[in-house]
Each structure stands twice: as structure tokens, then as C-alpha cells.
Design a protein. Sequence first.
Length: 518
Amino acid sequence: MRLRMDRRAFVEGSVRLGTLALVGCRVTMHDGAGLKDSAAVASPSVRRSLTSSAAEDDVELYKKAVALLKASGVWQAQATLHSNFCTHGNWFFLPWHRFYLMYFEEVCRHALRQAGESDTFSLPYWNWPDTGRKIPGIFWGDGNPLFNSSRSMGPNDTYADAACGDGTLDSIRLINNFLDFGGGRAGAQQEWGGSGQLEGTPHNTIHAATGGDMGALASPLDPIFWLHHANVDRLWATWQASNPHMIPSYPNAQDSTAQSRQGMLLDGNFWLNFALDGFEDINGKRFTKKVKDCLDPARMAKPYIYDTLVPKNDHREGSPAPDGTHEPYSLLGNVAPKPSLGLSGSGTAKGVLRDLVYVELKDQGLVIKVDQTNKIISANINLSPAIRHYITRLSDKPSYTGSLTLLVEKIPIPTDDLVHRIALDFYANHPNLTTETDASDPQFLSSYSFFAHTHPGAPHTVSIRIALNQPFLRMRAAKVEPKKALLLQILVKDRLLQTLPNLDFFSSLHFRLCYIET
Ligand code: C2O
């Protein structure tokens, strides 16, 4: 294994040079050895889009498996596992659900085998734009095992473009750091660390808007859950293929999210070696799995790949061919070397960890305004010269590794009657924002829906991460890029189009803006 890093100029906005801990780390692993699960590599199964004709057999087998599992009680047991152990709002969200799905697929195969059916089943995935952002037709119809009568959406209702349209999925795919993409640091499986955008935007919205079972922790009771999550997992795999050596970065000393409540350093090593709990084999025996053992689906205990990994419009260099036949991502192997913190010196040398640039604007007496009439919560953030400098450097060249991130913290979780109804749509410097404004405007940043904040002991607020590189590049192209101040606007949208109550409770939000270069 070789660690490849180099050092860059170090600049820090509030004139505090010399904070030399690490925020970014890319690891290259050449030998691929040591992956506990690699014995079964032989022939990965292929998960296909439910809209492709090649998936017809799998859809039929899925229907049969769901009927069998419902009859045997295993269906309910799988949902209970989720209620008890599911992991949301932190950097374990993607790994936990990857394992959960892989074992569920095995549970389906087992049930099919026992019933004398073909067990060549692979879980299909539901790519939301491919069905016009509607629940696919195969999930409707009384008596259909794939139907769930608790949904609040009907067959003709659509999910918001802002949440799962192609434009949104594209900018999420282009996020260039794991924390913004996959979730913020946390020291425990169910500790809130900040939702990444794949989770907070399309994932949460589909749950919340579908409603019924899907809107709550027992969501795997709705058969659509599993195909929804297969797509989330596919988008992670896609992202991994474009960022093949990226793991969650090593924290900068200024990063207040880098220490767990128990005082542990939440670095890449911690993440890789964290044992996730709550998986069961076909005999119902429970076990834990380490994050590092799910990073390459093609090398997991029950290996799989996706039919299509990278959208055809991926313009970046070095992306694998979109045919699913590519060499499965040779990811990290299983150990990231421990960074030597406090490193200094200059020059670029192999084996030397990079310094990073990190600017953080703590809530500097920000005034948060709540416009009740237009349902807009806004705050004007002055952009320091340092941040302005980084904004001018933003680029979508593959070699560019800086990221500008907005952390929105202490978002109060609305009351039960409201929590599934509203979406928070984030805009910047929009001159005439109204409830009609949508994601097609260049000033659109991101959208967030609430989901899975109800574990016992969960906090009363959530925090989210919004990657700003892509939105700022879009604004630059449209010549509406914020220059001196970022007017952050949160449009509160009601999916039911009813009258929203007083929104003053949102005025306790916190914002942080950070720039990290790895
Ligand atoms: Cu653990 Cu989409 O849910």
C-alpha cells in the first residue's frame, strides 16, 4: 500500500497560520489483498434498472420473494432490524445501508430457493428520473405484493425536481469530498453528524413524500424501500468510480466536528474500522460488519455490480465506461495509514500528507430573518477576503480538490403534522424568490427534507452539509455569482400546498461556511 499526498500552500482566513492537521487524504492500494470478503469474487451479480427490459426477470422474482417473506414474517423482521439499527445523518449512512441491502438480497434468494424458484435474483434499482419522478407502475395495484396502501402519494404524483431531478443528481455526483456527499463525522452509529446531500436531498425526500410506512423508520415495510435504496447505493458506487481513492478526509484541528463526544479523533481510520451493527444472515443470526468491508461491492461477501455506473453525460476525464463491465473500482483495501498530525514543512513529496486550507465563519452575529408571507428564511453572510479568494478559484477540473461547504446546523425538527410536509429549498442571492421559484434557477443550491430523526435519544435538531462548488460554478456561468455577501435564502415549501404555520422557530438556525482543500 502506498500513501500518496503532497502539500499545498496553506492559507487561513482569520490569520491563524500553522494549523497543520489534515483534512484530506487519498489512499492508493495496489495489492487488493487483505479484504476479508474477497474469496467470493468469482461472478458478481448485476443489479439492473427496473425500467430496463433486462430487469424483467428480477422484478418478477422480487414480487415472488416479497410475497414469500411477508408470509413467513421475515419481511416484518427485516423492517424491525432497520427500525432498531438504521443509520442516518452521518458518514455511516451509506455503508450501513449497503450491507443491509446485500444481506436482504441474500434473504430473498434463500426464500426463492426454498420455494423451488430460481435464486439468481439481483435487486433491481429505481432511478427516480427514469420513471418521471413517480412511483413506478409495478408498485401499484390491490393484491400486488409490491403495493403498500399506507402511501400518501398516488400513482400520478411526482417528487420534486429540486430533490431528485437529473440536475440535482448531477450536482450531487460532482461533489468532490465524501463528507458533503455521504455524511458528516460521527463517533457512534446513531449519532447525528450532518446529512450528506445524497441522503438529505433525494433519499430523504422520497421517504418523506411517499409517506405512510416509507415516511418512518419501518420504511422497509414498503417494497419500494429496497429499490429506492439500491439506487442510493448505485449513486454512491458511481461516485466511488469517479473518486476512486477518496475516503472521508482527515480532520483539520479547527474542524469542530472532528472529535467525538467521547474525545476520539474521527478520522478516516476511525471510519474504515468502525463496526456497524444490525445485520442478520438467513438464519437470523446477528453480526457486525466493518465499513472497510463494503467499499467495493464487487468484492463483498455477496459481490455485485450495477448495469450502468456512470451517466453518459459525465464529462470528466478518467471516468469508467458506462457499460458496467469496467474493472470494478479498485478501492482502498482495508487500512488507511494513520496520519501524523502536526506535520509541517513544504514541497511536495510522496508519502507526505498535505496541509489544507480551512476557513470557517462561525455564526458571527448573523441575523436570521423570517418572512412569513413568502415563507423565506434568510441570512446575509459577509464573505471574507479569504473566502472570496477561494470562490474565485473554484473549478470543476478533475485536478481541483477544494470544496466550499455550507453547514446548516441546529435546524429545528418541525412538529409531527409538519415534518413530512415541508421541504427546505436553499437559494443564494436570488433577487425575486417566490413559492413558484424552482431548481432551474442558477441561484438554487439544494433541497432538504426531514427523515429518520426519531431514534430514541435523537436530538431535537438536525444538521446538514451543502456542497457549494457546483452551485457557485453555475452562478458564475450565469453571471450571478455572489461577490461580497452570500444572501442565503431558505424557501419553505409545503408538499400539501396548505397554509404553513408561523415559521419563527427556524430563526435559531446556525450557519458555517468552510473551505477545505486536500
Ligand atoms: Cu435507513 Cu432510507 O433509510
